[in-house]
Design a protein around this ligand. Structure first.
Ligand code: SAH
Length: 242
């Protein structure tokens, strides 16, 4: 049946995919995605047709999903984590308006913030802000404003896209802004390759985080004024008396 399903596959490990997402991939004819994500699911759905496009070809990838579905196929467009968090579900719905006869179904997944939080402990248990440091689609001035506002309001801050080849000093710049409102001793955490081979975590201070190089497969957590390191884990207390 002609249909596009947008499927969040979770952070990486098959077991961290939701049952609904796995069933959608089992039921589809064709899996469309960015090469790296397709490689994460290929072994479990090897009988499917796979169509890949490179990282920056998002619009083409969405068009491809609809042109394949228009042939009568059920197409699963996969995204890492959740497709609605810096993912493709918005673009699919915008482009889908041009294909009113093709239904779109969106299936949520475990986003990096949630997957990474469990690796670190319980850093996000209270109010938190999620901010991407990528200025490809957002002006840097707006990112700065959001970082300052979140730090001033004492949110736990979760940073996506903390670095890339062209933006190697963005995390340092973000830390400098947050240091205007939060002390250098603020408890922070980084998790690399959440749910994938080579998963690594580190708990460190905001001062140390400022000096730490990270890559684009890392999610960064900056605690609020109450966050602590407890038994090697990062914990933001909810306020229970113990
Ligand atoms: N839709 C994705 C986010 C895409 S933006 C989601 O919901 O998780 C890409 C950024 O997400 C990366 O730069 C990184 O900060 C984070 N990320 C995604 N998957 C990750 C993983 N397995 N491990 C660590 N960080 C990850």
């Amino acid at each position: 049946m002609a249909k596009v399903m947008v499927v969040g596959i979770g952070p990486g490990r098959y077991e961290e995919m939701t049952i609904r997402a796995a069933e959608a991939l089992r039921a589809c004819d064709t899996i469309v995605g960015y090469t790296v994500y397709v490689d994460l699911v290929r072994e479990h759905f090897s009988e499917k047709e796979f169509l890949t496009t490179p990282m920056t070809k998002e619009v083409e990838r969405c068009e491809l999903a609809f042109t394949e579905a228009a042939k009568g196929k059920t197409v699963a467009m996969i995204c890492s984590g959740d497709a609605g968090v810096y993912g493709m579900s918005g673009l699919i719905l915008e482009i889908g308006a041009r294909y009113p006869e093709i239904p779109v179904e969106i299936i949520s997944g475990v986003t990096a913030a949630i997957g990474g939080a469990s690796v670190l402990g319980a850093p996000l248990i209270h109010d938190f802000a999620v901010i991407s440091l990528s200025d490809l689609l957002t002006p840097w001035e707006k990112i700065e404003k959001r970082l300052l506002a979140a730090a001033e309001a004492d949110f736990v801050i979760c940073l996506y896209n903390p670095s890339s080849k062209k933006r190697h000093d963005y995390l340092r710049r973000a830390c400098d802004l947050i240091l205007q409102y939060q002390p250098g001793t603020t408890v922070c955490g980084i998790v690399k390759n959440i749910g994938r081979e080579g998963e690594e975590k580190e708990i460190l201070s905001l001062e140390q985080l400022r000096e730490t190089p990270v890559d684009m497969f890392t999610t960064v957590f900056i605690g609020n004024s109450q966050t602590k390191a407890a038994g090697g884990r990062m914990v933001t207390p909810r306020g229970y008396r113990i």
